[in-house]
Design a protein around this ligand. Structure first.
Ligand code: UDX
Length: 447
């Protein structure tokens, strides 16, 4: 009989995973503790913007016309425990307030709520990003609480999806990594992932700590690449070099690779910043903090980019205070194709300039509502054109496609001065300059 799957936590990761599992042909039950979330998902809607996800949900959520009916939702732990052969734990692990460490309370409470109902053999699979050592601790907790005892087993299967590509990354992952303690657990997960593995996704089988560490080290490596190129941008600026050319040239070396070498205002979002901090905190607990001191520098280079952008804007406006100056900000989300504004470099820059007296007007294709909730005192415009109207300087801070398609001549008609600062090194410098704009980007020559 085909495996039945539950997905615990239907946020970003869980909703995507649940829909993808249904797409692969499994019967899926998604569980959440928030009734409003369940109600939305049952209508085939998501609380966040993610390309392709609502379409996928509508293809499978039971009760929606024409759907496969393979995906249902519940608030009931006993129902979930009874339903699933495999339970994927997909809850959030945010940064603890005022600390570097990660908050494990949602993962802990998911296991504590599910386990007492597990009466028959089941595999509980953690997908959340956790400090190394968590799986070991959770396995013991599971065996202790579950009536099925040792037959309620744990495995770890980190998730690498990127916002904006969540559906694609889940259905066609770069790799699947599992940490297991038994052949049975491995066999069950091989069955779950048979389709992507058949299509060529590598399948890496390892132990608990390695599986947990793969995720945090992958994110640390990505963060390091970005901060590395941002450090090179600083040196390029001092030496009149061009970091975009430099990135292209070093990227042709296969060992380095061209991706994740775009200099600018740095990384943000709900993952990279908090994951490298939680990793440092955990290494400290393990007595291995010296191994990760470099991540402190990666973090501080990253945070410095935001301040450098503010200074670039001040310089562009003549060097004085921002008071009375009009600043247009294009982009509010931490990356394009997402409405996520968590730890967004763009909003941080906008907020800093606002606090220093600048009149900031923000436009973002999808992130306006979330941005306005977080920064209600900023002004928001309904389009890029309206944000730019009357602006003394324009800051391009999130590289949406819509901004690449803007006509610099049209914007030039409404701006008070034609000064564009590209905080993402993503616009066509020549095009803007031809239309009479002063184009500046971090780490690149002024003309
Ligand atoms: C990241 C990881 O990529 C993903 O594998 C993991 O599962 C979750 O964390 P995500 O947070 O969606 O995914 O964003 P990502 O695409 O990695 O971008 C992170 C930040 O880095 C964004 O703010 C982006 O603008 C910035 N970035 C990215 C750069 O500044 N330069 C680059 O070259 C690439």
């Amino acid at each position: 009989m085909a495996l039945k799957i539950t997905v615990i936590g239907t946020g970003y990761l869980g909703a995507t995973h649940a829909a993808a599992m249904a797409e692969l042909g499994f019967e899926v039950l998604g569980l959440d503790v928030v009734p409003e979330k369940i109600a939305m998902l049952e209508r085939g809607e998501t609380p966040m913007y993610e390309p392709g996800l609502e379409e996928l949900l509508r293809r499978h959520v039971a009760g929606i016309e024409g759907s496969s009916g393979r995906l249902r939702f519940t608030l009931d732990w006993a129902e979930a425990a009874e339903f699933g052969d495999i339970h994927f734990v997909c809850v959030n692990t945010p940064q603890k307030h005022g600390e570097y460490a990660c908050d494990m309370s949602y993962v802990d409470s998911a296991v504590d709520s599910l386990a007492p109902h597990l009466k028959r053999p089941a595999l509980v699979v953690g997908k959340s990003t956790v400090p190394v050592g968590s799986a070991d601790r959770l396995a013991a907790r599971l065996a202790e609480l579950a009536p099925a005892g040792e037959r309620a087993e744990l495995a770890w299967n980190p998730e690498f999806l990127r916002e904006g590509f969540a559906v694609e990354d889940t259905l066609h992952p770069d790799r699947i990594v599992i940490g297991v303690r038994s052949e049975r657990a491995e066999a069950l997960l091989r069955e779950v992932y048979a389709v992507p593995v058949g299509e060529g996704s590598p399948f890496v089988v390892t132990d608990f700590p390695t599986a947990e560490l793969v995720k945090t080290s992958a994110n640390s490596f990505l963060a390091t690449k970005i901060s590395f190129i941002n450090a090179m941008a600083e040196v390029c600026e001092a030496a009149d070099g061009d970091v975009a050319k430099l990135a292209e040239a070093i990227g042709y070396d296969d060992r380095i690779g061209r991706k994740f070498l775009r200099a600018g205002i740095g990384f943000g979002g709900g993952c990279l910043p908090k994951d490298i901090r939680a990793f440092m905190a955990r290494a400290g607990e393990l007595g291995a903090d010296q191994a990760l001191t470099f991540l402190r520098e990666i973090d501080s280079i990253n945070m410095r980019q935001r301040g450098r952008m503010v200074e670039l804007a001040r310089e562009a406006l003549g060097g004085g205070p921002f008071l009375g100056k009009r600043v247009a900000v294009l982009g509010a989300t931490f990356k394009p194709d997402s409405d996520d504004v968590r730890d967004s470099p763009a909003l941080n820059v906008a907020g800093q300039i606002h606090l220093q007296g600048g009149q900031v007007t923000v436009y973002d294709p999808k992130g306006m509502d979330n941005a306005a909730r977080l920064f209600p005192t900023l002004a928001y415009a309904p389009s890029a054109l309206e944000a730019v109207r009357g602006a003394d300087v324009v800051l391009h801070l999130t590289e949406w496609r819509e901004f690449r398609e803007l006509d610099p001549a049209v914007l030039g008609e409404v701006a008070a001065s034609r000064i564009l600062l590209d905080g993402r090194n993503a616009l066509d410098a020549d095009l803007w300059r031809k239309s009479g704009w002063t184009y500046r980007a971090m780490g690149r020559p002024t003309a």
